[in-house]
Design a protein around this ligand. Structure first.
Ligand SMILES: Cc1ncc(COP(=O)(O)O)c(C=O)c1O
Length: 412
């Protein structure tokens, strides 16, 4: 554990709290949690199941595992039995248990979500960043191939996350197919983190499990597209070939978390089952998120930021190179401090996601607004029409202002 720093996300949150305590305004684009309420079909089910007080099976409630396997069948056309599903208290905990259960070198595209690398460090696992250029954040299959050739016999775990936190980009089927070919050749196990699948702007998410079913574990949950991060529930879906890993994880779970809270498991069935209320919820969340994220990206890009146009989820990772000379900012930590002090926007530095310290990148989580009110207003828009700038200015405050203030720094 020595040398393990406090998570960058929490540190920026504490600094924001200090500023708020001094009476200053802070736009919280640091911590990435869904702004939207939990769908009411799930809330009702949670209330109705408050009496469920018994410990449930370690692997998870059979009905919920059944619903998860049907969900994957419906969305990906892939068949898994409910015995191939494991339910845990959030995918973060399952990811940690997966690294505990397999002694493998961890391969991470850079940038990647903040917690994968620290989990490897805590467990003493070796890890390797596979860094992409700033303008092409997706994993380059040739880089993966070159790296694996160096020590062909080594056991390896690659974590892919798409739609991506922090960039908002996603992997297209042809890229997934090429990565799958390389992974198969080198026997690399893939953990496919698809927690933002339901927030692909055009509802076009495709899993790499379609191309590499035997080597892929799918990770998904209710934290992001069902707004229920605090409920703590996630699911892993294993291929038959990786049954020994599933068995190890169940054994670990039986000695650690035992099982996820019973009422939450009963309620989560309604997130994975097809029902009109959930479909309407997801459609309108996507409509709003797409409009807000594309407006935010275009505003920053026309001001001078560079990076990737988002295609899903709540995040952007702008690169702000023009500010290096203009403001004499030399690294991403200093960039975030400047943003917080001068625009009141809390953001996370690119270093937290595995980027080089001297790269002027940061992650913006565009989630600081009243999601319930915004969602209700989107539902009132005529079918087929998208929320425009005036709508975003009215319903997506303070995020809307925060993005404008960042854009203004380039022009001042
Ligand atoms: C990419 C990614 N994976 C996994 C998680 C963990 O989600 P949870 O533990 O709530 O399922 C998060 C949460 O921020 C995330 O952004």
């Amino acid at each position: 554990m020595s040398g393990l720093a406090k998570s960058a996300t929490l540190a920026i949150n504490e600094r924001s709290r200090d500023l708020l305590a001094q009476g200053k305004q802070v736009v919280r684009l640091g911590l990435g949690q869904s702004p939207f309420p939990v769908p009411s079909v799930m809330e009702r089910a949670l209330q109705l199941n408050a009496h469920q007080k018994a410990y449930l099976a370690v692997q998870g409630l059979a009905e919920l595992r059944e619903a998860v396997s049907r969900y994957i069948e419906r969305t990906e056309g892939l068949h898994y039995s409910s015995d191939q599903v494991l339910i845990g208290p959030g995918t973060k905990e399952l990811l940690f248990h997966l690294q505990m259960a397999c002694d493998a070198e961890l391969l991470l595209p850079s940038p990647s979500w903040v917690s994968y690398a620290p989990q490897a460090r805590i467990l003493g696992r070796d890890m390797q960043w596979l860094s992409s250029p700033a303008d092409k954040p997706d994993l380059d299959p040739e880089m993966l191939d070159r790296y694996c050739r160096q020590e062909p016999a080594r056991a390896r775990l690659l974590i892919l996350n798409y739609p991506n936190n922090p960039t908002g980009s996603t992997l297209d089927p042809d890229r997934l197919e090429t990565i799958a070919r390389v992974a198969r050749e080198h026997h690399v196990m893939i953990l496919s983190d698809e927690i933002y699948s339901g927030l692909h702007f055009d509802n076009q998410h495709v899993s790499i499990a379609r191309y590499y079913p035997e080597g892929t574990i799918i990770s998904n949950g209710i934290s992001k597209w069902a707004g229920a991060g605090g409920w703590r529930l996630g699911a892993f879906i294993f291929p038959e070939t990786l049954e020994p890993v599933l068995r190890n994880m169940i054994a670990l779970a039986s000695e650690s978390f035992t099982s996820v809270s019973a009422p939450v498991q009963y309620a989560a069935i309604h997130a994975f089952n097809d029902n009109p209320e959930l479909r309407d919820y997801l459609e309108n969340c996507r409509r709003l998120v797409k409009a807000l994220m594309l407006w935010s990206w275009e505003t920053l890009e026309s001001a001078g930021a560079r990076g990737t146009r988002p295609r899903g989820g709540f995040y952007l990772m702008p690169h702000m190179e023009p500010l290096r000379e203009k403001l004499n900012i030399q690294n991403s930590q200093a960039l975030c401090e400047y943003l917080l002090e001068n625009t009141g926007v809390a953001a996370l530095p690119g270093t937290a996601f595995g980027r080089a310290p001297d790269e002027l990148s940061c992650r913006l989580a565009c989630v600081d607004f009243d999601g319930a009110a915004a969602l209700a207003a989107v539902r009132e828009l005529p079918a087929g029409s998208e929320p425009g700038e005036a709508f975003l200015a009215q319903y997506c405050q303070p995020t809307f202002d925060g993005i404008r203030r960042i854009a203004a720094i380039f022009q001042d």
